[in-house]
Design a protein around this ligand. Structure first.
Ligand code: SAH
Length: 249
């Protein structure tokens, strides 16, 4: 099972540049006039083939993926690829993660309806929307202002009143709303930031990719008796977590 997941992730990563190239060739794709009904059909198929069949069975999580319109979170000219099995560029050299990875990280957090969540790396806002469907409140931080502001507008338009977006440095966490029941980080620092550890509630969970630009592991941390238990789950490749000058943490 673990091998399967690794293979799928790697396939996702390697497909990404190929799809990027392919997109240059088929810019005037007639599929650009896709109806909402067709997007919904593709979305349900994505949940079935890419998420449920790969072992994510929590009905509430699956329903959140059936509901959130992923195509709204990708650039206009890539909408026709929104439900495919790979990450996509969202501008500023950043990406929206592969649907399965979003689902995998969401499930790993073992969320409850009453949870208050911190997300570092808002990007498109897609992961935040999924969390918004599942939890009481979501606080999400994005360091690139243009992405953070765009996500904020879209989440408002989609009426996610329980999601608060901030443009800032997620390395510091969000002290004003701490502590959090769960923290999800979607950019990779070389080590787990201590502020994030401190802002986790007793009994809380954090999922975070940790490592260099070329080699990272998804790590799950649990706070119990004020100690952090750490478990490496699987190798991944996320964009690096950077400071305001662009230097990697
Ligand atoms: N969760 C996103 C995917 C984000 S990609 C989605 O669902 O679309 C990772 C994001 O982390 C990028 O947008 C990047 O700009 C951001 N990032 C990198 N370093 C950061 C930092 N220190 N604080 C906040 N965001 C950061």
């Amino acid at each position: 099972m673990k091998n399967l997941k690794i293979t799928l992730l790697l396939v996702g990563l390697f497909l990404f540049p190929i799809i990027g190239l392919a997109n240059d060739v088929i810019k005037d794709d007639p599929e650009q006039n896709i109806s909402e009904t067709e997007f919904q059909t593709r979305r349900l198929e994505m949940v079935e083939k890419q998420i449920r069949k790969r072992g994510i069975r929590d009905r509430v999580i699956l329903d959140s993926f059936r509901k959130v319109p992923r195509h709204r979170f990708v650039p206009e000219d890539l909408k026709y690829l929104a439900y495919n099995d790979h990450p996509l560029p969202i501008g500023e050299a950043q990406t929206i993660s592969q649907p399965y990875i979003v689902a995998f990280m969401t499930e790993a957090l073992n969320l409850s309806r009453s949870d208050k969540i911190l997300e570092i790396g808002t990007g498109s806002g897609y992961q935040a929307a999924i969390l918004g469907e599942l939890c009481d409140s979501v606080f999400t931080i994005e360091i690139i202002a243009s992405l953070g502001n765009r996500a904020k507008l879209l989440l408002e338009e989609l009426d996610y009143q329980n999601i608060k977006v901030k443009v800032g440095d997620g390395y510091l966490g969000w002290e004003a709303y701490a502590p959090f029941d769960a923290i999800i980080v979607t950019c990779a620092p070389t080590r787990v930031p201590s502020n994030l550890k401190n802002q986790l509630k007793e009994g809380g969970r954090m999922i975070i990719p940790v490592g260099s630009s070329y080699s990272q592991n998804l790590v799950l941390l649990r706070k119990a008796n004020n100690q952090l238990l750490e478990e490496k789950i699987l190798p991944v490749l996320f964009v690096p977590m950077v400071d305001p000058s662009g230097k990697k943490y």
